[in-house]
Design a protein around this ligand. Sequence first.
Ligand code: SF4
Length: 405
Amino acid sequence: MPGPVEYKLNILEQFQCVGEKCPQNCCRGPWSITLSPEMAARWQAETDKPELAESMEAVETTGNKEYITKKNRSTQQCILLSDEGLCNIQSRYGTEYMPEVCVRFPRFTRTSLHFELKSAWLSCPEIARLALLEQESGGLLCSADATSPIGTSNSMPLDTYSQAVHWLSKVTPAILALRKYRLGIRLYSIAWFCGRIYQCLQRAGGLDQDLVRQLKKYKNQVYETNLRIKQKKLRPDPCNAVNYWKAIASLIRQLKIRHALIELEKSDLWRTLNTEITNAAGYSTLYAKLTKHSEPANTWLQAHCRQILENYLQLVFVNAGFPWDPEGKNHAATFLFCIIPFSIVLLLCWMLYEQAAEITPAQLLTLIYTVEAKATHNNVIYDTLAADPGKYALHQYADVFIDLA
Ligand code: SF4
């Protein structure tokens, strides 16, 4: 049996940490920096390097007997980081004595049965710049086996989950590549397929034949969606849309996402999303106010920042293992884990456009790495979804994704 097909983010070799020039140093943040027991022992044993043993004072042990470096409580900064923004361990002794996570970040490897990915996190501003700003067209990933592009296996697996992986691996990259359609239209289709597949996985008996027919004709599905939107026969349901964007605003608060470019409290859109709705008509009124802000901002983004958004979406899906290796074998949850930070970025863009009447590619980039740092290195999104599994029925509210740029 052949081994996994290998894919690699094509800018990995170009990447070099920009250290003290980094606008969002990874040594600051709400995550733990762990030290392996072996490295902790090395720090203590190096008698000719007394500063290493002293550095153990900057390390604490957790209830799980894990070693983690201490953080400054107010700045969330690793206390081994110097005032100049450099790692004290690295500057004195090189990478050989650094915690493994610090050497590896932002690179990571994701391995599953058929697939191995070498990629990097978009929470690193330099990776975001190289992958999103410097890449002119798709093809962010290169494969060691050029004859096996992602998602083209033709053998039909037997169990329902493997069928789901098989079909979503075929249609997701193919739909994303249909760039003559707006992103929102393509996302509607992927979300709809994902929701229907989730529904089939809840029942015994494999994917239903109707769904398989539609998956085979995915291009027709996207074409017809576009047509129905143009003919005004399909539009987001105000109730679905308002509830979705209110949930996104709530996550912005919960994840404490703030950005110097946007004054949330002064934003009409932010106030609108925080308005209480008391009756059914309230949803239509609120949705009309939302689109008053989202439509011109989306038009601007399509004209000036489309490539960044296309690359962003492609990379967040792949990094999260969608659709080859979804979290907990749940494609719907993993789709949402990707699309929620994307939606947070868009909502911030809409507010930025409201306040500045423009969004530059560089500004969009800062919003992306800020949101990625806050939203994707913790379990908040997956935990929020797990508390409301009805959200996995994506086909029932896929219309909300039409508004995503
Ligand atoms: S976030 Fe990236 S560029 Fe910034 S300090 Fe960390 S690795 Fe270097």
